[in-house]
Design a protein around this ligand. Structure first.
Ligand code: ACO
Length: 330
């Protein structure tokens, strides 16, 4: 097996804080309901002139601080809310950050599972570029696709970005597990297209009308699949659950994280949680959490870390790796 070194991380959250109190005045909800059912107190919402690229490049710029950018050979950007269908967010980042041209620059759309899948994708692609680096980004502008008239979803989502720069190492552990149960019935967000061909009249295609979700079904899916996926990844890594130092679960709902931890017997203090401040930022949650965890100094060299996410697709993915290298955030 081959491991990874994380050389840098960064994150970005828009300034505007949409609090539960503000939502109380917009839809039939309450701070008490949102806090009890989700753990969320506020989420960040991008400004009208802010783009997904703005957020992603801000997070990526921090992750790249002090790094020789000529060594970047791979950019993988996870997002379901890119500014353009083409160019990809990864290509826009290549230009914005002045990264090399001889590069693989691709987007991954795996919804909330995106950053975990992007890390795996980057790790695999680096097999062909020994010693080189990958920039991995999770960035989402969910406020663009949230229906603020739907109380069952609008209280959940926020905007934000996180990034990491990684190198594949010949030694070490990097175990991965993933799955998909495709379908639109429990969680979907339709793409918006013109649909104005004068030659073919389409009645089935509609414009994007926001995220639709059956929260209860996604909740059950998340707890069941994340627990099983983490167990499989531990098996692949040949690591005992008790020896894992830190867990980063997708920040969708505090109760989901608690339920997974209870079911698996994971001590609460090992689970990183910041959902109260950001809500669910889909592919950005694990990236922001990784940045905050490493910056806080709460994880150190040699610590085993599990990152596990679930969401649209439906999809799930889990990773186990060891913190390798010394990060300097001064
Ligand atoms: N405020 C007040 N009441 C509400 C609200 C609200 N914001 N939203 C729903 N309710 C009501 C419902 O109408 C329902 O009322 P009823 O009993 O009179 O019918 C009641 O609260 C309970 O609703 P449930 O949907 O059963 O509430 P639940 O405890 O399941 O919580 C939630 C809902 C928070 C959405 C939860 O199911 C959840 O977190 N699911 C998982 C979401 C997730 O993980 N998504 C990840 C992927 S997102 C992506 O990929 C982009």
């Amino acid at each position: 097996m081959s491991g990874i070194t994380i050389l840098g991380t960064g994150s970005y959250s828009p300034e505007f804080r949409l609090t539960n109190a503000m939502l109380e005045s917009a839809v039939d909800t309450s701070d008490e309901w949102i806090t009890l059912r989700t753990g969320i107190k506020e989420r960040r919402i991008a400004a009208a002139d802010e783009t997904t690229l703005d957020m992603a490049s801000s997070a990526a710029g921090k992750a790249l601080r002090g790094i020789d950018i000529s060594q970047i050979a791979v950019i993988v950007a996870a997002t379901l809310t890119p500014d353009y269908l083409t160019p990809s967010l990864a290509c826009l980042l290549q230009r914005e950050l002045g990264l090399p041209e001889r590069i693989i620059a691709i987007d991954v759309n795996s919804a909330c599972t995106g950053f975990v899948v992007a890390l795996k994708t980057a790790h695999s692609l680096l097999a062909d570029a020994p010693g080189k680096l990958a920039l991995v980004v999770g960035c989402e502008m969910l406020s663009r696709v949230t229906d603020y008239g739907d109380r069952s979803t609008c209280v959940l989502f926020g905007d934000g970005a996180g990034a990491a720069v990684i190198r594949r190492e010949p030694d070490g552990v990097f175990a991965f597990d993933s799955g998909a149960r495709g379908g639109t019935e429990y969680l979907s967000c339709r793409a918006g297209y013109l649909g104005n061909s004068p030659f073919v009249v389409r009645t089935a295609d509609k414009d994007c009308d926001g995220i639709h979700m059956n929260g209860g079904e996604v909740f059950r899916f998340a707890v069941e699949t994340a627990s099983a996926s983490v167990a499989r990844v531990l098996g692949l890594a040949e690591v005992a659950l008790g020896s894992v130092k830190r867990f980063i679960f997708h920040q969708a709902n505090r109760r989901i994280i608690d339920a997974i931890a209870r079911r698996m017997g994971i001590a609460e203090e090992k689970c990183f949680v910041n959902i109260e401040r950001y809500g669910n930022t889909s592919s950005a949650t694990c990236a922001i959490a990784l940045d905050e965890l490493l910056r806080s100094g709460a994880a150190s060299r040699g610590d085993g870390l599990i990152m596990s996410a679930f969401g649209g697709g439906l999809t799930y993915a889990s990773l186990y790796f060891e913190i390798n290298g010394d990060l300097n955030y001064d």
